[in-house]
Design a protein around this ligand. Structure first.
Ligand code: ZN
Ligand code: ZN
Length: 343
């Protein structure tokens, strides 16, 4: 089969590889669409240690079942499907609590690190266990279905943040995940969502997708502006979708006493935080990682248009152009959000 292989750091080749075997309980999927994730782009130069060549990346995919192992029930050749980006074990402490994102034995598709190597979906075929499959609603395209992983990150962050009707939320960082968070928060009932970013164009898209107010992060009056909008209290919930010291501190400073700060971005591994402010204002600081069982809900939200993903798809290109698109994303071409490759 045709595969896009990271042959050496920063170098992809399209070449023939073996069609993967299907183990008991697994299915073989003919890939129709696979999105390039930020983690793939960060990993391609070796800096994260999680894309050790040779590896076929790709964990945001959709396709059609081509073959099932004899012991697989409930799935048939021809079913249109998407699947979790992570293979969970189903056995460990966390899997038993349905916290599959925290699985002790998780293997992310398209990742090769010191602990494991698991080829992904930038190829004609991929094999995955049937327990991570989800049916795609008929009115969703394969490209839209490949966005479900990104959507699930936003929906999971929202579902662990106990949103209440009439809450005011602030979303700091309006990249793709931030834009999805804005929509997920609105869908969960937030009365107002305030979007913050340093780039005007992103704030315009944020407004288009439902943000009620937008502020530039460089505005020296930013915190005062947010206080003005919240009867001087601060936001009930703040999503930090960047992951640097400045924006984590901003998130803490614009949240009301007793409010929740949900941390999604993690660009830098460590930041300093104003501990006393967190303690004396009784803030809840929580991380949010991937998703845990939100895919069916997310697929419904995409199907009904509650969450719009088309605006984030910058380009759909053939797998043959994979190397070029990886390089363009690596070079941080302005305005590029999700690039989806089709084998
Ligand atoms: Zn991803
Ligand atoms: Zn597990």
């Amino acid at each position: 089969m045709k595969s896009l292989v990271l042959e050496k750091y920063n170098e992809f080749t399209l070449r023939e590889t073996e069609i993967p075997d299907i183990k008991p309980g697994w299915v073989l999927i003919k890939v129709e669409a696979c999105g390039i994730c930020g983690s793939d782009v960060h990993g391609m130069d070796g800096s994260t240690g999680r894309r050790q060549p040779p590896v076929i990346m790709g964990h945001e995919a959709s396709g059609v079942i081509h073959e099932t192992a004899p012991d697989v029930w409930g799935w048939m050749k021809g079913d249109r499907v998407t699947f979790d980006s992570t293979i969970s074990c189903g056995q460990c402490f966390f899997c038993q609590r349905e916290e599959v994102n925290l699985c002790e034995n998780r293997r992310v598709l398209g990742v090769s690190c010191n602990e494991y190597r698991q080829n992904g979906a930038f190829a004609e075929f991929i094999a995955v266990p049937a327990h991570i499959l989800y049916k795609i609603p008929e009115n969703i395209s394969f490209e839209q279905a490949a966005m479900v992983e990104a959507v699930s990150i936003a929906v999971h962050a929202t579902s662990i943040s106990s949103v209440k009707k009439n809450d005011t939320a602030v979303v700091i960082g309006c990249g793709m995940i931030g834009l999805l968070c804005i929509q997920a928060l609105k869908a969960a009932g937030c009365a107002r969502v305030i979007a913050v970013d340093q780039v005007d164009e992103k704030l315009e898209i944020a407004q288009e997708l439902g943000a009620d107010l937008t502020f530039r992060s460089t505005d020296p009056e930013l915190i005062q502006q947010i206080l003005n909008e919240t009867e001087s209290r601060g936001a009930d919930i703040t999503f930090e979708v960047v992951g640097i010291e400045l924006t984590v501190n901003l998130a803490i400073n614009c949240t009301r006493k007793g409010g929740t700060v949900t941390l999604i971005g993690n660009l830098t591994p460590e930041v300093r935080i104003p501990l006393q402010k967190v303690v004396t204002r009784q803030l809840k600081l929580q991380g949010s990682c991937a998703s845990a069982g939100e895919y069916p809900l997310c697929l419904e939200m995409i199907a009904s248009g509650t969450i719009k993903v088309d605006r984030m798809i910058s380009k759909v290109a053939p797998l043959e152009e994979g190397n070029e698109w990886f390089q363009r994303l690596y070079n941080k071409e302005a305005g590029l959000m999700k690039v989806i490759l089709k084998p």
